[in-house]
Write a protein that binds this ligand. Structure first.
Ligand code: GLC
Length: 797
């Protein structure tokens, strides 16, 4: 543990002078005179991997985080030696390694010092664990800021904080409480307007200290395993995050319905209650695509069973809900009830699939069903078995999505809330204790679930949501932030957590809208929905024991506000889907914190409330009761107030009106926002036209619209439609060009353009270079034209 007394560094050991240095292809092997090995692999011109061993050899190289499709390769690599230093150079970076201390300095190609070891690698032998605690410390650079690390419920900029990664079930967690449900040991450092990232791929309990213990030092360490980290250069935060996401994997496209509105509660049962909730949505015309079944649908909380009293014919119910446009998502926890009459229990026992204590007996712990054993999801055979268990639930009964919960794994009535640390795991053929497997147990459960749901949902796309996650979990599933609380402070927390998760490679994320524990007021619920519709995953969920949290549980004003905002989300589905496509394709976070959006504007470093939804919509939630508006920062550039079309110039703080019906929303000038008509659920209606809200700019703008069959895998065979639009605005003309790719034919024939802020009166319209007098403005500023136009030219006076 790093403590203040560590200034003396008592008990720490350090590498000695370098004795050998050799290169083999992309890898450099360095040995020191006291047996420390450092292996440096050049993954890309902008990415190094550093791996240290203290006892002369490396254990087998294995990681759950890395994606097998990650990009490798560099354009340039050379090394030089000076009397004091070894220097490794790529096309983007220059790495210096000190011959005496093994300390590293990394410069970019312009000569800016990006990252520098302070003590560098060191370690302490822990008598408690009988193994090393591996440590790395770095000089904090002048004005350095730190971002990332998953679901930490604290201020977005981590400078001055120490955090811990040990996934934990934290019912009703508080602001600043740490650790929570996720372990994402990745952060972004920003100084000198340049950003880099560090991904410490170690699944043991890890810690990060960002100048808390010492003002000028940043350090990270683990209670076991290797010092094994990736250094990722930007200089843009966008590059850092995309490269990290490329390394740890990108998701496939979800079915479009998964981006709709979801309603959940612990629990909707019996069947009638589920049907009532669903039909109320339709009656009140509040769009909704999914309804959730929490643990009470099961027979005594036995996974993969149904309580036949509550749900006598689940298939019929699910089919009928589907006819009404609802998908059903069911919860599955890891604990398997110890019950000799329960097939799944018997099978797992027989096949030896449960986790065991180090000295032999099965790991036994209490969860909802009472005493349980727990499958070892780190064993590939167990994952395969688990995947096949979905055969009935998905393949036959027709459930559409699966919600994996309690997979930290959570164990009740023990102070540690989880397994004892001696529990053994297969770890894909690298047997280990729970100390090493804890942080990835939940991710491996979600992985098994993903494969099962995918298999039985085919030819449709799977939908999975997990509570626990480690880096790379985004390849398999979406996630939510766990058991939050219905307070205003938690609305602030929700905003931090979602921005942080998006910056940490997991964009498909949302919160329990309204709060899981306790009961929100109608006002808080309204404000939470106003924020929640701008989160990639949008679900109302609550513990159900403090009162109801359906949109109609408050008063009519609240119901109307919820309807308006959920409708807005449904209008924005093509925008949201395109955001997802950019995330799935290039690892671009769906939500961009302001510092990501404009890292050269120092005003953004400590901004936590405002964020960019996609590329062009600025959102800033109202986080207090009785507000009529708020002050907020508008980033540089010109922005249209969404509600009034008034244009403001950014780079400053502004008061923005927002009574209970409104959330401060701005659209970037030059943006073209695609919209569908409101539907009660995805696929309800034939889309007759794609609307493009065009926000005039004197200058250039661009937008993309990605579409496909909204489900299935044809998009992977080229059956998608990608429209790229370019806007060029002058004082008396506006040109919009379209370039179209992909083989998918959208069902609409026209695009309806709605112009905002046109500064001139249109006197002539040219379509694809022909004067076209047949096109008429409908009212003031709306035009409907053929969807495959290549150039639209508005000419004015
Ligand atoms: C956990 C989950 C919560 C769920 C409950 C019952 O607390 O976080 O979402 O409703 O368990 O399954």
């Amino acid at each position: 543990m790093i403590t203040n007394t560590e200034l003396e560094r008592k008990g720490n050991q350090f590498p000695g002078p370098i004795t050998t240095f050799s290169q083999k292809a992309d890898t450099f092997n360095i040995a020191s005179n006291n047996g420390v090995l450092l292996q440096i692999t050049v993954i890309r011109d902008s990415m190094f991997r550093f791996r240290y061993a203290t006892e002369g050899n490396f254990p087998p190289d294995f990681s759950y985080a890395l994606d097998k499709n990650a990009t490798h390769g560099y354009n340039h690599l050379e090394y030089q030696e000076t009397p004091d230093t070894y220097i490794i150079k790529t096309a983007k970076l220059v790495l210096h390694i000190d011959r005496i201390s093994l300390k590293k300095r990394i410069y970019d190609i312009d000569g800016t010092l990006i990252n520098e070891d302070e003590a560098g690698f060191h370690w302490e032998f822990s008598y408690e664990h009988g193994s090393d605690i591996v440590k790395m410390s770095k000089h904090a650079q002048k004005m350095e800021s730190y971002y990332g690390l998953g679901d930490k419920p604290m201020h977005f900029n981590l400078k001055g904080k120490r955090v811990e990664n040990w996934v934990t079930d934290q019912y009703a967690f508080g602001k600043d409480q740490d650790p929570l449900y996720k372990a994402i040991p990745f952060y972004v450092g920003l100084h000198s307007d340049k950003a880099y990232g560090i991904f410490f791929d170690n699944t043991f309990r890890t810690f990060f200290d960002f100048c808390q213990e010492r003002r000028d030092t940043t350090s990270f360490w683990a209670q076991g395993g290797e010092m094994n980290y990736y250094f990722i250069y930007g200089p843009g935060i966008d590059r850092v995050v995309s490269s990290y996401t490329d390394l740890t994997g990108k998701p496939e496209m979800p079915p479009l319905w998964a981006l709709g509105f979801h309603q959940s509660k612990w629990s909707y049962y019996p069947e009638n209650n589920v049907r009532e909730v669903a039909s109320k949505f339709r009656e009140l015309r509040i769009p909704c695509d999914a309804i959730y079944l929490d643990i009470d649908y099961m027979d005594g909380f036995r996974c993969f069973t149904w309580n036949n009293n509550y749900f006598p014919d689940p298939k019929k119910m699910i089919d009928e809900l589907e006819e009404d446009g609802f998908k059903t998502v069911a919860i599955i926890d890891p604990g398997i009830k110890i019950d000799k009459d329960y097939d799944i229990y018997k099978e797992a026992l027989e096949k030896d699939y449960f986790c065991k204590r180090a000295d032999g007996p099965l790991m036994k712990g209490k969860v909802w069903p009472g005493e349980c054993n727990f499958p070892d999801f780190t064993n590939p055979k167990v994952r395969e078995w688990w995947a096949d268990l979905y055969h009935e639930l998905i393949g036959e009964t027709g459930v559409h999505g699966v919600w994996n919960d309690m997979n930290e794994p959570a164990v009740m009535e023990v102070p540690t809330k989880t397994f004892p640390l001696d529990v053994r795991h297969d770890y894909d053929g690298h047997p280990c204790s729970h100390r090493k497997a804890h942080n990835i147990y939940g991710m491996q459960m979600a992985r098994a679930t993903y494969h099962g749901v995918k298999k039985y949902t085919y030819p449709k796309r799977p939908f999975i949501i997990t509570r626990s996650a480690y880096s790379g979990a985004q390849r398999y599933c979406s996630s939510w932030t766990g058991d939050n609380v219905a307070t205003w402070e938690h609305l602030w927390v929700a905003n931090q957590q979602i921005q942080r998760m998006c910056l940490s490679g997991m964009s498909f994320i949302g919160t329990d809208i309204g709060g899981f524990a306790e009961q929100p007021t109608g006002e808080l619920f309204s404000r939470w929905v106003q924020l929640g519709v701008f989160h990639p995953f949008c679900r109302v969920h609550s513990s159900g024991d403090h009162g109801d949290q359906e949109p109609w549980s408050f008063d009519e004003e609240v119901t109307n506000i919820v309807r308006d905002y959920v409708e807005m989300r449904y209008e924005l589905l093509p925008y949201l889907y395109t955001m997802f496509w950019e995330y799935a394709q290039d690892g671009i976070p769906m939500i961009k914190p302001l510092v990501y959006f404009d890292q050269e504007d120092h005003q953004t470093f400590y901004r936590t409330d405002e964020f960019i939804f996609g590329n062009d919509i600025l959102v800033c939630p109202i986080l207090e009761p009785n507000a009529q508006g708020r002050r907020m920062y508008i980033p540089r550039g010109h922005w249209y107030n969404y509600w009034s079309d008034e244009v403001v110039e950014g780079g400053k703080e502004l008061w923005v009106d927002a009574d209970i019906n409104k959330i401060p929303l701005f659209v970037r000038s030059g943006a073209m926002i695609p919209k569908y008509p409101v539907q009660q659920y995805v696929g309800e209606k034939k889309i007759e036209t794609l609307t493009l809200d065009v926000y005039y700019k004197e200058g250039k703008g661009k937008a993309k619209v990605y579409e496909d069959a909204q489900d299935g895998y044809d998009y992977k065979k080229g059956r998608f439609s990608m429209r790229s639009f370019k806007l060029t605005g002058k004082s008396n003309e506006l040109i919009i060009q379209q370039h179209k790719e992909g083989k998918f034919v959208t069902e609409y024939d026209t695009i309806t353009l709605k112009f905002h802020g046109l500064p001139f009166k249109v006197t002539a319209i040219e379509l694809d270079n022909q004067l076209d007098t047949s096109i008429k403005f409908n009212g003031e500023a709306t035009l409907e034209i053929t969807k495959d136009f290549t150039e639209l030219h508005l000419i004015g006076e």
